[in-house]
Design a protein around this ligand. Structure first.
Ligand code: MG
Length: 173
C-alpha cells in the first residue's frame, strides 16, 4: 500500500516523464523539418524511452494498489536553432529529472517505503546514462561547430540509434 504522499509524488513523476516524451518528440520533428533525419531519429528513440519511463511508474503504482491520475501535459518549445542548442536543452532537462528522482528517493526514505526506494534505483542509474549521453553529444557538436560535413556525418551516426525496451518493462508480466 502506498502512502498518499508517495502516490501523489509517483503520479507527478508520471506527468514529468510524459512531459519529457513530449519535449523529445517536439525536438524530433524540429530536426525532421530541418533536414537532419538522424538527429530526428535519436530524439524519436528518446521519446519512446520517456514513454517507457512513464509506463514503469504507472505499472508500479498499480502493483502497489494505487491509482494513476493522468493530468494535462504542459506545452513544450517547438524550435531549436541548432543541434547543439537541443542537446544543451536536453542535458539541462535531464539534470532536472535527476533532481526529481532524488527527491522521490528522499521521500520514499522519509516514508519508510523501501519498495519504492528499491524501484527508484533503476532510475538513478538511468539518469547517469541520460546525462552522460547528452554531454557526449554536446561535446561532439561543439567540436564540429559549423562544419557541414561533420554535421552530416554525425547525423548519419545518430540515424543508427534503435529503441530497446528498458529492463523493468522487458521483465514485467
Ligand atoms: Mg525519463
Amino acid at each position: 500500500m502506498l502512502s498518499k504522499k508517495v502516490e501523489d509524488a509517483l503520479n507527478a513523476q508520471v506527468n514529468a516523464e510524459l512531459w519529457s516524451a513530449y519535449l523529445y518528440l517536439s525536438m524530433a520533428h524540429n530536426f525532421e523539418a530541418d533536414g537532419k533525419p538522424g538527429i530526428a531519429n535519436w530524439f524519436k528513440v528518446q521519446f519512446q524511452e520517456e514513454q517507457a519511463h512513464a509506463e514503469i511508474f504507472m505499472n508500479y503504482i498499480n502493483a502497489r494498489g494505487g491509482r494513476v491520475w493522468l493530468k494535462a501535459i504542459d506545452a513544450v518549445d517547438t524550435e531549436w536553432a541548432t543541434p547543439l542548442d537541443a542537446f544543451n536543452a536536453t542535458l539541462t532537462h535531464e539534470q532536472k529529472v535527476t533532481s526529481l528522482i532524488n527527491d522521490l528517493y528522499a521521500l520514499a526514505e522519509a516514508e519508510r517505503d523501501y519498495a519504492t526506494r528499491e524501484m527508484l534505483n533503476w532510475f538513478i542509474s538511468e539518469q547517469v546514462e541520460e546525462e552522460e549521453s547528452a554531454q557526449e553529444l554536446i561535446d561532439k557538436f561543439t567540436l564540429i561547430g559549423n562544419d557541414g560535413m561533420g554535421i552530416y556525418m554525425l547525423d548519419q551516426e545518430l540515424a543508427a540509434r534503435t529503441y530497446n525496451v528498458p529492463s523493468p518493462l522487458a521483465t514485467a508480466e
